[in-house]
Design a protein around this ligand. Sequence first.
Ligand code: GAL
Length: 389
Amino acid sequence: MKSKEAVLLSALAIPQLASALDNGVGLKPHMGWSSWNVAQCNAASAKYALATADKFASLGLKDLGYEYINIDDCWSTKSRDSAGRLVPDPAKWPNGVKAVTDRIHSMGLKFGLYGCAGDKTCAGYPGSEGHEKSDVAQLVSWGVDFWKYDNCYTPCRQNPRPQTCTSPSGSTKTWYAPMRDAILGAQNTRKLHFNLCNWGRDEVWTWGATYGHSWRMSVDNWGDWASVERIGSSAAGIHQYSSPGGFNDLDMLYLGSPKLNVNQERLHFGLWAITKSPLVLGLDLDKISNSTLTIIRNKGLIDINQDSVGKAATTFRPPGAPSPVGGKIYPYWAGPLSDGVVIGLCAGTSAGTYSVNFKDVPGLGDSRSYLWKEMHTGQTGNGSSVTTA
Ligand code: GAL
């Protein structure tokens, strides 16, 4: 729900973290696709990357702003070469990575890869610990635009290091700094988007903007309703940390998951959009249903996500509304936009009819009449309140 009328947006006090990677990248939540949810290791190939780029064009996704084709874990061979370089798996990248980035760039799109702050990636491929500078040099030489950086096999008091360390030595911050510095060092040749994937450890939202452009604030979205509830509900409390240049990353969109029905998919997409999460499709575009396609092509919601103000919506409690329940999606959300306010009315627990008086909405707060537009149906209206259909 989007109300269209000039409102006082600047009244909201939002802390700003100075961005160390202030390189003009990530001023809006990034939009694109990632291979991981599609077929995990099997999708980390040139074939998937190029087929997805073609789909971005043929399905009209590129024109809507979907831009990054991101290959996740398992794209390299299991060991580095004798010079210590990462080696794209020849079975998955028969012509190397550069041939793929060149083609993707020629289509007006961008290309991303995945690495890890530990000595191995989560799936056991070479990590970048101790190789930060040379790995960034390789990414730059291939023309890579985006680097997701995970935190498996990181320094740990357990020996040997487990995939997921439960008694870490040091904080995630210290493991992410060398890569941030390597990216900064290469800045004159290529501006990379640095995506921190530390699953919300060490309250990454409080420092993420001084390290990268976006940061995962939770463990994975497993494609079920419990994940949408867990991640979506916890976005409310950290909304103030999202700003142009640094955004909470709620993880890939798991639309197309057999575990979500169409209403749950709508809520999933809408909530990620209004909380200014990156919109990264985690699905096989060859198999997408018409109903999912309609949701991911919702231009109104995409415009809200990409609005230049870049401030995330959070929950508000209208008079008489129940208290929020931890881990459940609260029905009432609002956030500032450059031309109004976005209001999210979420039937998070059960279907229902929700009403809101605009005077109770942060950023509106008076009894004037407002124009509104419902973003899924396109229905418009005006008045001092709105009720969902
Ligand atoms: C996880 C990460 C996932 C995916 C996977 C690859 O740690 O949260 O998004 O990247 O590793 O192994």
